[in-house]
Design a protein around this ligand. Structure first.
Ligand SMILES: [Zn+2]
Length: 346
């Protein structure tokens, strides 16, 4: 029996990528109202030998740009010359939003609430259908890259449905400080792929319209680790620097009052119920109220704009599954120098 089978050709948008070839395809997604064609750039690297077909996507939300830089560094990694299987990298899915620095599509719909999509539906629904047919249906595994929204910053975290054994294995291999185990029914790409039974990870890190070096390096290392576990690349996964905290739920802490927020907790910090997370007052310090944690857990997202309205989401706290992965071992430190942990990947 042959130990290595030849890879099969990969077809996308009428283009064929043969085993051993690498091509950038401009996938036609429609036209602007100027009649200018609008295309989604897709990089396909087809290894000579057969293996998993992994898609890595970014900018489903048009202003979440960290993933673009993660994919750029991934594509320049020298180990891809010996790839087994097929890598399909889509750095900018929501091209409309990317051009206008906007989360949504021109019809103000959320692409990540429009999957699996409909070719006769809204702008968002049609784009979701195109992505589902041309990318998702042709791949065996997926990783989608996001950041926080709305002036918030996310601790690097993987969100996945850990009921799927292979997804759970890949989620751990990614090496992020937190895994949020959840199974949403929200029209997201994640729901659509997860329901098809394909292993899928969502990586959330950083903030909109900025590159965050730590989040980018962890993202590149995480994807390379997943590809190594899948046998697409040689070598062992990067050894995680964190004792990963597995959370089964998250709680949003909202502003109890409008005003100006001073934050008293750190991203990645462990808090217990009743701990002070911040204080909100008027511009001269008047009418101060304390924001307290309603639960025990890790701060996985915090607001960076201190001007808040009553009801604004300020902090997201991941709550432990209470099984083994103990918060006492949790070791993430905000402001950690990425040079101490990851290669630059350039
Ligand atoms: Zn997003």
């Amino acid at each position: 029996m042959k130990s290595k089978q030849t890879n099969e050709p990969f077809e996308i948008g009428g283009n064929i990528i043969k085993p051993g070839e690498a091509k950038v395809i401009e996938l036609l997604a429609g036209e602007l109202y100027t009649h200018t064609p609008i295309t989604i750039p897709v990089s396909v690297i087809s290894g000579k030998n057969r293996g998993p077909k992994l898609f890595v996507s970014g900018v489903i939300h048009g202003d979440e740009i960290n993933g673009v830089e993660i994919i750029r560094r991934l594509l320049s990694h020298k180990s891809l010359t010996k790839l087994r299987g097929t890598l399909v990298a889509v750095p900018v899915v929501n091209v409309h939003g990317f051009l206008s620095h906007n989360r949504y599509l021109p019809d103000r719909r959320d692409l990540n609430r429009s999957f699996p999509g409909n070719e006769h539906g809204s702008v968002a629904s049609r784009l979701a259908r195109l992505f589902s047919e041309e990318i998702v249906d042709k791949c065996t595994h997926g990783i989608d890259l996001h950041t926080a929204s709305g002036h918030r910053f996310n601790l690097p975290q993987v969100r996945a449905c850990l009921d799927n054994d292979e997804t759970a294995k890949l989620a751990r291999a990614f090496g992020a400080p937190v895994i949020l185990n959840s199974n949403l029914r929200d029209g997201s790409l994640r729901q659509s792929v997860t329901e098809s039974g394909k292993p899928f990870l969502l990586y959330e890190a950083g903030e909109v319209l900025r590159f965050d070096e730590f989040s980018i390096r962890l993202g590149v290392a995480g994807i390379l680790s997943v590809m190594r576990i899948l046998g697409m690349l040689k070598g062992r996964p990067y050894k995680s620097k964190f004792n990963t905290f597995i959370a089964n739920s998250g709680t949003w802490v909202r502003a109890p009052h409008s005003g100006i927020l001073r934050t008293d907790c750190q991203l990645g910090g462990y808090v217990t119920r009743g701990d002070r997370l911040g204080r909100i007052s008027g511009p001269m310090g008047e009418d101060e109220v304390t924001v307290k944690s309603p639960v025990d857990g890790i701060i996985i997202s915090n607001i960076r704009l201190p001007l808040v309205n009553k009801g604004d989401a300020l902090f997201h706290i991941a709550r432990s599954s209470g099984s083994g992965d103990d918060q006492d071992d949790f070791s993430f430190v905000e402001g950690w120098d990425p040079d101490e942990i990851y290669p630059q990947f350039h």
